[in-house]
Write a protein that binds this ligand. Sequence first.
Ligand code: ADP
Ligand code: MG
Length: 315
Amino acid sequence: MNKQLVVVALGGNAILQPGQKGTFEEQYENIKSTCAQLAKMVLSGNYNIVITHGNGPQVGNLLLQNDIAKDTIPPMPLDICGAQSQGFIGYMMQQTLNNHFVEAGQENIPVATIVTQVLVDPKDPAFENPSKPVGAFYSEAEAKQLEAEKGFVMKEDAGRGWRRVVPSPQPLGIYEKNTVNDLLAANNVIITSGGGGIPVMLQDKKLVGIEAVIDKDRSGKVLAESIGADVLMILTDVNAVKINYGKPDEQDLSQVSVSKVEQLISEGHFAAGSMGPKVEACVSFAKKGKRSVIASLHEALEALEGKAGTTFLPD
Ligand code: ADP
Ligand code: MG
């Protein structure tokens, strides 16, 4: 059997668990156990993987660091914070993946992180309507205070608390996709488009960074399409996509067709800003005749084999 090319999009819980502070040790331990799952996929011999990941809490912390230190060190814009987070998260993944491979007696599997720029349209309506949560969760009272004191735009996030929101434009293309393909051809495990990629636009054919955050699930789909992946797999903190989420009649979806999911989307089953973009990314990828999967981080390999999570199939 030919190896399948899988784009794996990791959710925030792959790097930081709810309730944790975000120390180096916590993040390293989480990444180590996440990468144990990913290493299993590679070591099975059945899959080549390209990894992408969220960075909301990490960028949120960098923003806060900048804000606290602003009188001593000039604050960096959001695109720079995105690049920083790609670098340090990629570093931890490169190291822990390598160590898992070495433990399994495989010392020659190269792992590389690409600082990745993703093209957006400067006229994207998202710039008028900030919607992407970044950083810590706050109470409503704290949120109001931050709005008043710092001019943040704060919104309630899926019943879990209040967070700062920034513009979330649509990804149009992965600027480094040829580099991804070259490294894939050389059998690398690749970490790319972290945090949805660094948003950039073209001005007179030249790149310029933009202060925004691109949804990593949307970019993951664009990435999967642009490198011709066989599977788009989105790993998160729930075991499956659910209908009637959070209600007494909540139900897991195990296998769904594109047309069935489109009906469920129109009925409003998937929250914007959390499950919504994941389901939309999966539908859009499956429409091209491919398979997409949403599953728990802890059941990645099982989900790839159709034994866990939610699988989206073309009609
Ligand atoms: P990630 O960091 O993995 O992107 P998100 O918090 O953005 O995680 O999305 C996962 C969350 O989506 C779940 O923890 C759950 O609270 C929420 N969610 C909203 N609607 C649904 C649904 N229909 N089925 C399952 N989870 C849902
Ligand atoms: Mg998310």
